[in-house]
Design a protein around this ligand. Sequence first.
Ligand SMILES: Nc1ncnc2c1ncn2[C@@H]1O[C@H](COP(=O)(O)OP(=O)(O)OP(=O)(O)O)[C@@H](O)[C@H]1O
Ligand SMILES: [Mg+2]
Length: 463
Amino acid sequence: TDDNGLVTRMNFAAQQILGWTIEEARGRPLDDVYQRIDDETRQPIRTGVEEVIQRGRILSQPRYPLLTTRDGATPCALVESIAPIYGDEGVIEGAMLVFRDENRERAHGQALEASQARTAAILEASLDAVVTIDAAGAITEFNGAAERMFGYDRDAVIGLGFADLVLPARLGTAYSDAVQRDLATGETHVLGKRNEMVALRVDGTEFPVEMVLARIPVEGAVSFTCFIRDLTAAKRSEEALRRSHQQLRALAGRVEAAREEERTRIARELHDELGQTLTAIRMDLGWLVLRTKSMPPAVAERLDAMSQLVESTFLMVRRLGTQLRPGILDDLGLAAAIEWQAREFEGRSGIRVDVDAPADVGTLDPRYATTVFRIFQELLTNVGRHSEAKRVTARLWQAEHSVEFEVRDDGRGIRPEEAANANSLGLLGMRERATLLGGSFHIGPAEGGGTLVRVTLPREVRA
Ligand SMILES: Nc1ncnc2c1ncn2[C@@H]1O[C@H](COP(=O)(O)OP(=O)(O)OP(=O)(O)O)[C@@H](O)[C@H]1O
Ligand SMILES: [Mg+2]
Protein backbone atom coordinates (compact mmCIF):
# COMPACT_ATOMS: atom_id res chain seq x y z
CA THR A 1 0.00 0.00 0.00
CA ASP A 2 0.97 3.60 -0.10
CA ASP A 3 1.13 5.65 3.08
CA ASN A 4 -2.65 6.12 3.01
CA GLY A 5 -3.30 2.38 3.03
CA LEU A 6 -4.34 2.33 -0.67
CA VAL A 7 -3.29 -0.70 -2.71
CA THR A 8 -0.34 -0.06 -5.01
CA ARG A 9 1.08 -3.44 -5.94
CA MET A 10 0.18 -7.13 -5.69
CA ASN A 11 2.29 -10.04 -6.82
CA PHE A 12 0.87 -12.95 -8.76
CA ALA A 13 0.31 -15.14 -5.70
CA ALA A 14 -1.52 -12.35 -3.89
CA GLN A 15 -3.83 -11.80 -6.86
CA GLN A 16 -4.58 -15.50 -6.93
CA ILE A 17 -5.29 -15.87 -3.23
CA LEU A 18 -7.43 -12.75 -2.94
CA GLY A 19 -9.24 -13.13 -6.22
CA TRP A 20 -8.49 -9.57 -7.34
CA THR A 21 -6.36 -8.51 -10.27
CA ILE A 22 -3.97 -5.65 -9.59
CA GLU A 23 -5.79 -3.49 -12.20
CA GLU A 24 -9.04 -3.87 -10.23
CA ALA A 25 -7.44 -3.42 -6.86
CA ARG A 26 -5.00 -0.57 -7.46
CA GLY A 27 -5.98 2.63 -5.61
CA ARG A 28 -8.59 0.93 -3.45
CA PRO A 29 -8.37 0.95 0.34
CA LEU A 30 -6.70 -2.20 1.57
CA ASP A 31 -9.83 -3.16 3.53
CA ASP A 32 -11.81 -3.58 0.27
CA VAL A 33 -9.41 -6.17 -1.02
CA TYR A 34 -8.07 -7.76 2.08
CA GLN A 35 -10.71 -8.65 4.65
CA ARG A 36 -10.07 -10.75 7.64
CA ILE A 37 -12.24 -12.41 10.24
CA ASP A 38 -11.29 -13.82 13.56
CA ASP A 39 -11.40 -17.57 13.30
CA GLU A 40 -13.07 -17.88 16.71
CA THR A 41 -15.45 -14.96 16.95
CA ARG A 42 -16.11 -14.75 13.22
CA GLN A 43 -15.92 -10.96 13.55
CA PRO A 44 -14.00 -8.77 11.08
CA ILE A 45 -10.68 -7.64 12.47
CA ARG A 46 -8.51 -4.70 11.59
CA THR A 47 -5.40 -5.27 9.55
CA GLY A 48 -3.03 -3.10 11.57
CA VAL A 49 -1.60 -1.43 8.46
CA GLU A 50 -2.24 2.09 9.84
CA GLU A 51 -0.36 1.19 12.97
CA VAL A 52 2.61 -0.08 10.99
CA ILE A 53 2.69 3.07 8.86
CA GLN A 54 2.39 5.37 11.86
CA ARG A 55 4.73 3.57 14.22
CA GLY A 56 7.14 2.14 11.72
CA ARG A 57 7.24 -1.30 13.31
CA ILE A 58 6.82 -4.74 11.93
CA LEU A 59 3.70 -6.62 12.83
CA SER A 60 3.58 -10.34 12.60
CA GLN A 61 0.60 -12.49 13.33
CA PRO A 62 1.43 -15.65 15.17
CA ARG A 63 -2.19 -16.81 14.98
CA TYR A 64 -3.90 -17.82 11.83
CA PRO A 65 -6.76 -15.46 11.18
CA LEU A 66 -9.09 -16.24 8.32
CA LEU A 67 -9.18 -14.25 5.17
CA THR A 68 -12.29 -13.90 3.10
CA THR A 69 -11.70 -14.08 -0.57
CA ARG A 70 -13.37 -11.76 -3.03
CA ASP A 71 -16.54 -13.78 -3.37
CA GLY A 72 -16.69 -13.82 0.43
CA ALA A 73 -17.51 -17.47 0.43
CA THR A 74 -14.35 -19.39 1.03
CA PRO A 75 -12.27 -18.30 3.91
CA CYS A 76 -8.77 -19.58 3.87
CA ALA A 77 -6.20 -19.72 6.61
CA LEU A 78 -3.31 -17.36 6.39
CA VAL A 79 -0.08 -16.41 8.08
CA GLU A 80 1.01 -12.87 7.75
CA SER A 81 3.38 -10.17 8.60
CA ILE A 82 3.18 -6.47 7.82
CA ALA A 83 6.29 -4.36 7.39
CA PRO A 84 6.74 -0.66 6.70
CA ILE A 85 8.34 0.49 3.44
CA TYR A 86 10.91 3.24 3.80
CA GLY A 87 11.69 5.75 1.06
CA ASP A 88 15.12 7.24 0.25
CA GLU A 89 14.77 9.90 2.92
CA GLY A 90 13.99 7.34 5.56
CA VAL A 91 10.32 8.32 5.51
CA ILE A 92 7.70 5.61 5.59
CA GLU A 93 6.05 5.47 2.19
CA GLY A 94 3.75 2.60 2.69
CA ALA A 95 3.42 -0.93 4.03
CA MET A 96 3.97 -4.41 2.68
CA LEU A 97 1.82 -7.41 3.61
CA VAL A 98 3.21 -10.87 3.33
CA PHE A 99 0.77 -13.77 3.61
CA ARG A 100 0.37 -17.38 2.60
CA ASP A 101 -2.53 -19.62 1.85
CA GLU A 102 -2.00 -22.40 4.32
CA ASN A 103 -4.96 -24.43 3.10
CA ARG A 104 -3.54 -24.64 -0.32
CA GLU A 105 -0.16 -25.65 1.00
CA ARG A 106 -1.68 -28.25 3.25
CA ALA A 107 -3.63 -29.69 0.31
CA HIS A 108 -0.43 -29.74 -1.69
CA GLY A 109 1.37 -31.51 1.09
CA GLN A 110 -1.36 -34.09 1.43
CA ALA A 111 -1.44 -34.78 -2.29
CA LEU A 112 2.31 -35.16 -2.24
CA GLU A 113 2.17 -37.55 0.67
CA ALA A 114 -0.57 -39.59 -1.00
CA SER A 115 1.39 -39.74 -4.22
CA GLN A 116 4.52 -40.82 -2.38
CA ALA A 117 2.60 -43.53 -0.54
CA ARG A 118 1.15 -44.74 -3.81
CA THR A 119 4.54 -44.85 -5.46
CA ALA A 120 6.03 -46.71 -2.52
CA ALA A 121 3.20 -49.27 -2.60
CA ILE A 122 3.65 -49.80 -6.34
CA LEU A 123 7.40 -50.21 -5.91
CA GLU A 124 7.00 -52.75 -3.15
CA ALA A 125 4.35 -54.73 -5.01
CA SER A 126 6.37 -54.77 -8.21
CA LEU A 127 7.59 -58.17 -9.39
CA ASP A 128 10.47 -56.46 -11.12
CA ALA A 129 13.40 -55.14 -9.18
CA VAL A 130 13.23 -51.36 -9.21
CA VAL A 131 16.31 -49.36 -8.32
CA THR A 132 16.65 -45.61 -8.48
CA ILE A 133 20.06 -44.13 -9.11
CA ASP A 134 21.46 -40.62 -8.87
CA ALA A 135 23.66 -38.78 -11.34
CA ALA A 136 26.82 -40.32 -9.89
CA GLY A 137 25.42 -43.83 -10.31
CA ALA A 138 24.77 -44.32 -6.60
CA ILE A 139 21.71 -46.25 -5.49
CA THR A 140 19.00 -44.09 -3.91
CA GLU A 141 16.17 -46.60 -3.72
CA PHE A 142 16.08 -50.42 -3.78
CA ASN A 143 12.71 -52.14 -3.65
CA GLY A 144 11.68 -55.45 -2.12
CA ALA A 145 11.91 -57.35 -5.39
CA ALA A 146 15.46 -56.04 -5.82
CA GLU A 147 16.35 -57.23 -2.33
CA ARG A 148 15.06 -60.71 -3.13
CA MET A 149 16.57 -60.83 -6.61
CA PHE A 150 20.07 -59.73 -5.66
CA GLY A 151 20.13 -60.86 -2.04
CA TYR A 152 21.09 -57.47 -0.60
CA ASP A 153 19.45 -55.51 2.20
CA ARG A 154 18.09 -52.20 1.05
CA ASP A 155 19.84 -50.29 3.84
CA ALA A 156 23.18 -51.85 3.00
CA VAL A 157 23.21 -50.74 -0.62
CA ILE A 158 21.81 -47.21 -0.52
CA GLY A 159 24.63 -44.95 -1.66
CA LEU A 160 26.68 -47.70 -3.32
CA GLY A 161 27.51 -47.63 -7.04
CA PHE A 162 24.78 -49.43 -8.94
CA ALA A 163 26.72 -50.81 -11.90
CA ASP A 164 29.58 -52.14 -9.77
CA LEU A 165 27.19 -53.82 -7.37
CA VAL A 166 24.80 -55.68 -9.65
CA LEU A 167 26.71 -56.11 -12.90
CA PRO A 168 29.75 -58.34 -13.47
CA ALA A 169 32.96 -56.33 -13.74
CA ARG A 170 33.28 -57.01 -17.47
CA LEU A 171 29.89 -55.36 -18.08
CA GLY A 172 29.62 -52.70 -15.39
CA THR A 173 32.07 -50.21 -16.84
CA ALA A 174 30.85 -50.66 -20.38
CA TYR A 175 27.29 -50.10 -19.23
CA SER A 176 28.13 -46.96 -17.28
CA ASP A 177 30.09 -45.65 -20.25
CA ALA A 178 27.19 -46.31 -22.60
CA VAL A 179 24.84 -44.44 -20.26
CA GLN A 180 27.26 -41.51 -20.06
CA ARG A 181 27.51 -41.47 -23.86
CA ASP A 182 23.73 -41.40 -24.19
CA LEU A 183 23.56 -38.53 -21.71
CA ALA A 184 26.26 -36.58 -23.51
CA THR A 185 24.92 -37.10 -27.04
CA GLY A 186 21.21 -37.15 -26.27
CA GLU A 187 20.98 -40.46 -28.14
CA THR A 188 19.27 -43.49 -26.67
CA HIS A 189 21.33 -46.62 -27.17
CA VAL A 190 20.86 -47.75 -23.59
CA LEU A 191 18.49 -45.29 -21.96
CA GLY A 192 14.87 -46.34 -22.15
CA LYS A 193 15.86 -49.46 -24.11
CA ARG A 194 15.27 -53.05 -23.15
CA ASN A 195 18.67 -54.67 -22.65
CA GLU A 196 19.27 -58.33 -22.04
CA MET A 197 22.33 -58.83 -19.91
CA VAL A 198 23.85 -60.74 -17.05
CA ALA A 199 23.53 -59.57 -13.45
CA LEU A 200 25.35 -60.51 -10.29
CA ARG A 201 23.87 -61.73 -7.01
CA VAL A 202 25.40 -61.03 -3.61
CA ASP A 203 26.84 -64.57 -3.60
CA GLY A 204 28.66 -63.90 -6.88
CA THR A 205 26.43 -66.04 -9.09
CA GLU A 206 25.38 -64.61 -12.41
CA PHE A 207 21.91 -64.77 -13.87
CA PRO A 208 20.24 -63.46 -17.03
CA VAL A 209 18.15 -60.32 -16.74
CA GLU A 210 16.24 -57.88 -18.82
CA MET A 211 16.96 -54.31 -17.84
CA VAL A 212 15.44 -50.96 -18.69
CA LEU A 213 17.13 -47.82 -17.48
CA ALA A 214 14.93 -44.73 -17.67
CA ARG A 215 15.89 -41.17 -16.93
CA ILE A 216 13.53 -39.61 -14.41
CA PRO A 217 12.12 -36.52 -16.07
CA VAL A 218 12.55 -33.89 -13.35
CA GLU A 219 14.29 -30.57 -13.59
CA GLY A 220 17.73 -30.18 -12.14
CA ALA A 221 19.77 -33.17 -11.02
CA VAL A 222 19.95 -36.19 -13.33
CA SER A 223 18.55 -39.41 -11.87
CA PHE A 224 17.41 -42.78 -13.17
CA THR A 225 15.06 -45.62 -12.45
CA CYS A 226 16.19 -49.09 -13.38
CA PHE A 227 13.70 -51.92 -13.85
CA ILE A 228 15.24 -55.37 -13.76
CA ARG A 229 13.49 -58.63 -14.57
CA ASP A 230 14.97 -62.02 -13.77
CA LEU A 231 15.01 -64.11 -16.95
CA THR A 232 16.36 -67.30 -15.38
CA ALA A 233 13.07 -69.19 -15.52
CA ALA A 234 12.16 -67.81 -18.93
CA LYS A 235 15.55 -68.73 -20.32
CA ARG A 236 15.36 -72.19 -18.85
CA SER A 237 11.98 -72.96 -20.40
CA GLU A 238 13.07 -71.34 -23.65
CA GLU A 239 16.09 -73.62 -23.71
CA ALA A 240 14.01 -76.67 -22.80
CA LEU A 241 11.55 -75.84 -25.55
CA ARG A 242 14.33 -75.36 -28.05
CA ARG A 243 15.91 -78.65 -27.08
CA SER A 244 12.70 -80.62 -27.32
CA HIS A 245 12.03 -78.96 -30.65
CA GLN A 246 15.43 -80.05 -31.83
CA GLN A 247 14.87 -83.59 -30.58
CA LEU A 248 11.52 -83.78 -32.32
CA ARG A 249 13.06 -82.56 -35.53
CA ALA A 250 15.91 -85.04 -35.29
CA LEU A 251 13.42 -87.77 -34.58
CA ALA A 252 11.24 -86.80 -37.53
CA GLY A 253 14.35 -86.74 -39.68
CA ARG A 254 15.35 -90.22 -38.54
CA VAL A 255 11.87 -91.59 -39.10
CA GLU A 256 11.83 -90.05 -42.57
CA ALA A 257 15.26 -91.39 -43.43
CA ALA A 258 14.32 -94.83 -42.14
CA ARG A 259 11.13 -94.79 -44.16
CA GLU A 260 13.02 -93.83 -47.27
CA GLU A 261 15.57 -96.56 -46.69
CA GLU A 262 12.83 -99.09 -46.14
CA ARG A 263 11.06 -98.06 -49.28
CA THR A 264 14.24 -98.30 -51.30
CA ARG A 265 14.95 -101.74 -49.86
CA ILE A 266 11.44 -103.05 -50.52
CA ALA A 267 11.42 -101.55 -54.01
CA ARG A 268 14.72 -103.25 -54.73
CA GLU A 269 13.53 -106.53 -53.29
CA LEU A 270 10.35 -106.37 -55.32
CA HIS A 271 12.37 -105.72 -58.42
CA ASP A 272 15.21 -108.12 -57.77
CA GLU A 273 13.60 -111.05 -56.02
CA LEU A 274 9.95 -111.04 -56.96
CA GLY A 275 10.66 -109.60 -60.40
CA GLN A 276 13.32 -112.24 -61.13
CA THR A 277 11.09 -115.04 -59.93
CA LEU A 278 8.20 -113.86 -62.03
CA THR A 279 10.49 -113.55 -65.02
CA ALA A 280 11.63 -117.14 -64.50
CA ILE A 281 8.02 -118.35 -64.26
CA ARG A 282 7.17 -116.40 -67.39
CA MET A 283 10.04 -118.05 -69.28
CA ASP A 284 9.05 -121.52 -68.07
CA LEU A 285 5.48 -120.89 -69.14
CA GLY A 286 6.71 -119.83 -72.57
CA TRP A 287 8.72 -123.04 -72.79
CA LEU A 288 5.62 -125.07 -71.83
CA VAL A 289 3.43 -123.28 -74.40
CA LEU A 290 5.85 -124.26 -77.14
CA ARG A 291 5.41 -127.89 -76.16
CA THR A 292 1.63 -127.92 -75.83
CA LYS A 293 0.76 -128.14 -79.53
CA SER A 294 -0.35 -131.76 -79.01
CA MET A 295 -2.19 -131.16 -75.76
CA PRO A 296 -5.94 -130.75 -75.43
CA PRO A 297 -7.17 -127.21 -76.05
CA ALA A 298 -8.39 -126.87 -72.44
CA VAL A 299 -4.80 -127.19 -71.18
CA ALA A 300 -3.55 -124.72 -73.74
CA GLU A 301 -6.22 -122.23 -72.64
CA ARG A 302 -5.30 -122.67 -69.01
CA LEU A 303 -1.63 -122.07 -69.84
CA ASP A 304 -2.50 -118.97 -71.80
CA ALA A 305 -4.53 -117.57 -68.88
CA MET A 306 -1.60 -118.30 -66.56
CA SER A 307 0.79 -116.42 -68.82
CA GLN A 308 -1.49 -113.39 -68.75
CA LEU A 309 -1.80 -113.50 -64.94
CA VAL A 310 1.96 -113.72 -64.58
CA GLU A 311 2.38 -110.82 -67.02
CA SER A 312 -0.03 -108.56 -65.11
CA THR A 313 1.50 -109.55 -61.77
CA PHE A 314 4.88 -108.64 -63.20
CA LEU A 315 3.57 -105.20 -64.21
CA MET A 316 1.95 -104.73 -60.82
CA VAL A 317 5.18 -105.51 -59.01
CA ARG A 318 7.03 -103.04 -61.18
CA ARG A 319 4.44 -100.35 -60.51
CA LEU A 320 4.49 -101.00 -56.77
CA GLY A 321 8.25 -100.72 -56.75
CA THR A 322 8.21 -97.48 -58.66
CA GLN A 323 5.58 -96.04 -56.41
CA LEU A 324 7.61 -96.88 -53.34
CA ARG A 325 10.67 -95.31 -54.83
CA PRO A 326 11.17 -94.71 -58.48
CA GLY A 327 14.37 -96.40 -59.53
CA ILE A 328 14.82 -93.60 -61.97
CA LEU A 329 15.59 -91.34 -59.02
CA ASP A 330 18.57 -93.48 -58.06
CA ASP A 331 19.57 -94.44 -61.57
CA LEU A 332 19.05 -91.32 -63.67
CA GLY A 333 18.89 -88.59 -61.05
CA LEU A 334 16.51 -85.94 -59.85
CA ALA A 335 15.78 -84.15 -63.12
CA ALA A 336 14.74 -87.37 -64.83
CA ALA A 337 12.68 -88.43 -61.83
CA ILE A 338 10.84 -85.11 -61.76
CA GLU A 339 10.17 -85.35 -65.47
CA TRP A 340 8.89 -88.89 -65.01
CA GLN A 341 6.67 -87.89 -62.07
CA ALA A 342 5.30 -84.97 -64.08
CA ARG A 343 4.26 -87.26 -66.98
CA GLU A 344 2.79 -89.73 -64.52
CA PHE A 345 0.70 -86.98 -62.86
CA GLU A 346 -0.33 -85.51 -66.21
CA GLY A 347 -1.59 -88.90 -67.31
CA ARG A 348 -3.63 -89.40 -64.17
CA SER A 349 -5.01 -85.87 -63.64
CA GLY A 350 -5.12 -84.30 -67.08
CA ILE A 351 -3.34 -81.24 -65.64
CA ARG A 352 -0.46 -80.19 -67.85
CA VAL A 353 2.95 -80.08 -66.15
CA ASP A 354 5.92 -78.25 -67.68
CA VAL A 355 9.30 -79.11 -66.25
CA ASP A 356 12.47 -77.10 -66.59
CA ALA A 357 15.24 -79.06 -64.91
CA PRO A 358 18.80 -79.37 -66.23
CA ALA A 359 19.97 -82.95 -66.08
CA ASP A 360 23.01 -82.29 -63.89
CA VAL A 361 21.05 -80.69 -61.05
CA GLY A 362 20.73 -82.57 -57.83
CA THR A 363 23.54 -84.99 -58.49
CA LEU A 364 25.46 -83.27 -55.72
CA ASP A 365 24.00 -85.08 -52.78
CA PRO A 366 21.46 -87.90 -52.93
CA ARG A 367 19.59 -86.34 -50.03
CA TYR A 368 18.67 -83.34 -52.21
CA ALA A 369 17.20 -85.64 -54.79
CA THR A 370 14.99 -87.45 -52.30
CA THR A 371 13.92 -84.22 -50.55
CA VAL A 372 13.05 -82.34 -53.72
CA PHE A 373 11.39 -85.36 -55.27
CA ARG A 374 9.19 -86.08 -52.25
CA ILE A 375 8.23 -82.43 -51.95
CA PHE A 376 7.34 -82.42 -55.64
CA GLN A 377 5.12 -85.47 -55.20
CA GLU A 378 3.36 -83.88 -52.23
CA LEU A 379 2.91 -80.62 -54.15
CA LEU A 380 1.38 -82.39 -57.11
CA THR A 381 -1.01 -84.21 -54.80
CA ASN A 382 -2.08 -80.83 -53.42
CA VAL A 383 -2.47 -79.40 -56.90
CA GLY A 384 -4.67 -82.33 -57.84
CA ARG A 385 -6.76 -82.07 -54.69
CA HIS A 386 -7.09 -78.35 -54.01
CA SER A 387 -5.92 -76.10 -56.81
CA GLU A 388 -8.42 -76.44 -59.71
CA ALA A 389 -5.40 -75.64 -61.87
CA LYS A 390 -5.01 -76.37 -65.58
CA ARG A 391 -1.29 -76.08 -65.69
CA VAL A 392 1.74 -76.47 -63.48
CA THR A 393 5.29 -75.30 -64.09
CA ALA A 394 8.22 -76.74 -62.16
CA ARG A 395 11.65 -75.19 -62.32
CA LEU A 396 14.81 -76.59 -60.78
CA TRP A 397 18.11 -74.79 -60.92
CA GLN A 398 21.40 -74.34 -59.17
CA ALA A 399 22.24 -70.96 -57.69
CA GLU A 400 25.69 -70.08 -56.45
CA HIS A 401 25.17 -71.42 -52.95
CA SER A 402 21.91 -73.28 -53.23
CA VAL A 403 19.65 -75.54 -55.18
CA GLU A 404 16.36 -73.81 -55.98
CA PHE A 405 13.07 -75.45 -56.79
CA GLU A 406 9.98 -73.52 -57.77
CA VAL A 407 6.54 -74.90 -58.53
CA ARG A 408 3.68 -72.70 -59.68
CA ASP A 409 0.11 -73.57 -60.58
CA ASP A 410 -2.59 -71.43 -62.17
CA GLY A 411 -5.41 -72.52 -59.86
CA ARG A 412 -7.47 -70.75 -57.21
CA GLY A 413 -4.39 -69.92 -55.15
CA ILE A 414 -3.70 -70.92 -51.58
CA ARG A 415 -5.05 -68.37 -49.10
CA PRO A 416 -2.47 -66.76 -46.80
CA GLU A 417 -4.21 -68.17 -43.72
CA GLU A 418 -4.09 -71.68 -45.24
CA ALA A 419 -0.40 -71.24 -45.98
CA ALA A 420 0.24 -70.06 -42.43
CA ASN A 421 -1.83 -72.80 -40.77
CA ALA A 422 0.51 -74.65 -38.42
CA ASN A 423 -1.81 -77.66 -38.39
CA SER A 424 -1.47 -78.43 -42.08
CA LEU A 425 0.53 -81.62 -41.90
CA GLY A 426 1.24 -81.79 -45.63
CA LEU A 427 2.82 -78.35 -45.61
CA LEU A 428 4.56 -79.03 -42.30
CA GLY A 429 6.08 -82.22 -43.70
CA MET A 430 7.48 -80.40 -46.73
CA ARG A 431 8.84 -77.60 -44.57
CA GLU A 432 10.45 -80.15 -42.25
CA ARG A 433 12.10 -81.94 -45.17
CA ALA A 434 13.62 -78.67 -46.36
CA THR A 435 14.64 -77.64 -42.83
CA LEU A 436 16.37 -80.96 -42.25
CA LEU A 437 18.84 -80.02 -44.97
CA GLY A 438 19.21 -76.50 -43.61
CA GLY A 439 16.93 -75.09 -46.29
CA SER A 440 13.64 -73.27 -46.44
CA PHE A 441 10.14 -73.80 -47.82
CA HIS A 442 7.73 -71.02 -48.80
CA ILE A 443 4.21 -71.37 -50.08
CA GLY A 444 1.79 -68.57 -50.87
CA PRO A 445 -0.50 -67.03 -53.42
CA ALA A 446 1.37 -66.33 -56.66
CA GLU A 447 1.35 -62.95 -58.34
CA GLY A 448 -1.33 -63.03 -60.99
CA GLY A 449 -3.20 -65.95 -59.41
CA GLY A 450 -2.45 -69.52 -58.47
CA THR A 451 -0.03 -70.85 -55.90
CA LEU A 452 3.72 -70.47 -55.79
CA VAL A 453 6.10 -72.69 -53.86
CA ARG A 454 9.78 -72.00 -53.45
CA VAL A 455 12.22 -74.46 -51.92
CA THR A 456 15.79 -73.40 -51.24
CA LEU A 457 18.44 -75.90 -50.16
CA PRO A 458 21.98 -74.80 -49.36
CA ARG A 459 24.59 -76.64 -51.38
CA GLU A 460 26.75 -77.13 -48.35
CA VAL A 461 24.73 -79.68 -46.47
CA ARG A 462 24.98 -79.14 -42.76
CA ALA A 463 23.56 -82.14 -41.01
N1 LIG B 1 -1.80 -75.75 -54.83
C1 LIG B 1 -2.75 -75.34 -53.97
N2 LIG B 1 -3.77 -74.54 -54.38
C2 LIG B 1 -4.71 -74.14 -53.52
N3 LIG B 1 -4.75 -74.46 -52.22
C3 LIG B 1 -3.79 -75.25 -51.73
C4 LIG B 1 -2.73 -75.71 -52.57
N4 LIG B 1 -1.90 -76.46 -51.80
C5 LIG B 1 -2.43 -76.47 -50.56
N5 LIG B 1 -3.56 -75.74 -50.50
C6 LIG B 1 -4.37 -75.48 -49.32
O1 LIG B 1 -3.56 -75.62 -48.19
C7 LIG B 1 -4.12 -76.57 -47.30
C8 LIG B 1 -3.02 -77.30 -46.58
O2 LIG B 1 -2.34 -78.21 -47.42
P1 LIG B 1 -1.76 -79.55 -46.82
O3 LIG B 1 -1.03 -80.26 -47.88
O4 LIG B 1 -0.99 -79.19 -45.60
O5 LIG B 1 -3.01 -80.31 -46.31
P2 LIG B 1 -4.02 -81.25 -47.13
O6 LIG B 1 -3.53 -81.43 -48.53
O7 LIG B 1 -5.39 -80.68 -46.97
O8 LIG B 1 -3.92 -82.59 -46.32
P3 LIG B 1 -2.70 -83.66 -46.35
O9 LIG B 1 -1.65 -83.15 -47.27
O10 LIG B 1 -2.24 -83.71 -44.92
O11 LIG B 1 -3.29 -84.92 -46.80
C9 LIG B 1 -5.00 -77.43 -48.16
O12 LIG B 1 -6.04 -77.99 -47.41
C10 LIG B 1 -5.51 -76.45 -49.19
O13 LIG B 1 -6.64 -75.75 -48.69
MG1 LIG C 1 -1.53 -82.14 -48.99
